[in-house]
Design a binder for this molecule. Sequence first.
Ligand SMILES: C=C(O[C@@H]1CC(C(=O)O)=C[C@@H](OP(=O)(O)O)[C@H]1O)C(=O)O
Length: 360
Amino acid sequence: MSDNSFGKLFRVTTWGESHGPAIGCVIDGCPPRLKLSEEDIQPWLDRRRPGQSRFTTQRREADQVRILSGVFEGQTTGTPISLMIENTDQRSKDYGDIATRYRPGHADIAYDMKYGIRDYRGGGRSSARETAMRVAAGAVARVLLKTLVGESVKIRAALTGIGGQTIDPSRWDWDEVERNPLWCPDADSVASWEALLDSVRKDGSSIGATVEVVAEGLPAGLGAPVYGKLDVDLAGAMMGINGVKGVEIGDGFAVAALRGEQNADPIAPGPQFASNHAGGILGGISTGQPIVARFAIKPTSSILTPVPSITRDGESVEVMTKGRHDPCIGIRAVPVAEAMMACVLADHLLRDHAQCGWGR
Ligand SMILES: C=C(O[C@@H]1CC(C(=O)O)=C[C@@H](OP(=O)(O)O)[C@H]1O)C(=O)O
């Protein structure tokens, strides 16, 4: 197990820092002879790319992906797939102050306590810039899933709330998610969310959010008892996204208020389930129903509002962070959530195949 990798058979390792020359990932274990080119990956990266609206960081990165290995004549070869994106718009001088002081709420202090050294430029390794490589790996996972399971596989996410303002689930519209810059599924929420984000930005502050991710068209049987549960790996994958502080599967924390007959999803021949409180996973194993995960993500810790902190030498200071930051990291976490779901499902599909073979 390495600390920069996840997945067992579809194994993703990412590397790089926000202000280094490049970021990248290596995907080991991808089956051979899948059709794969940069065009399969770039559109997903374009959804996450910074600088696309006034509601995200103004750092300008093309996030142009290059396949360095593992693909020959348009097909995967079964060898490690290495992907790379060059960093082109770093502005490290914005971080002069942060070199010797800690942003409250940020990983700065924890990295220093652990390693005694940190790349303070941007978020360094802890920067959400790293999530670009998760999206790149997720694109390869999507190719794997579509090839091995079928075109019916759909993995989609949406922003379901910001700053405590939540959508009305009865107005959920997946087409709307693609129409607005916030990935919001409820058209009626967009204008007030935009106004909230504008005021947060004007105040030099930031705001938290919730994201929901749904995977459809997957077979039953993904995940295994008891430490290889699909929900265990999904929860870990979502929790590993920068800034995530809480994860739910299916009804999540709401099950605590239910009675047994309310929580049980009735089963009819087929099998058909009348509801999906379980989020498509029972006993850690997928049932063929939509797989549903949800998470809460904190407000960006790099803000212009001063907050008491200390220097590396332990002296009291006030810290405010310059630089170009997302007023709400939840927005760009939406494509990242989809990518993490795709990687976990690709991994579990290969694991299920290795143990049980195809078909039941
Ligand atoms: C560049 C991206 O987002 C960055 C995420 C980020 C952070 O601390 O998380 C800080 C900002 O960048 P910098 O490291 O230059 O300050 C954001 O712009 C990206 O996502 O591609």
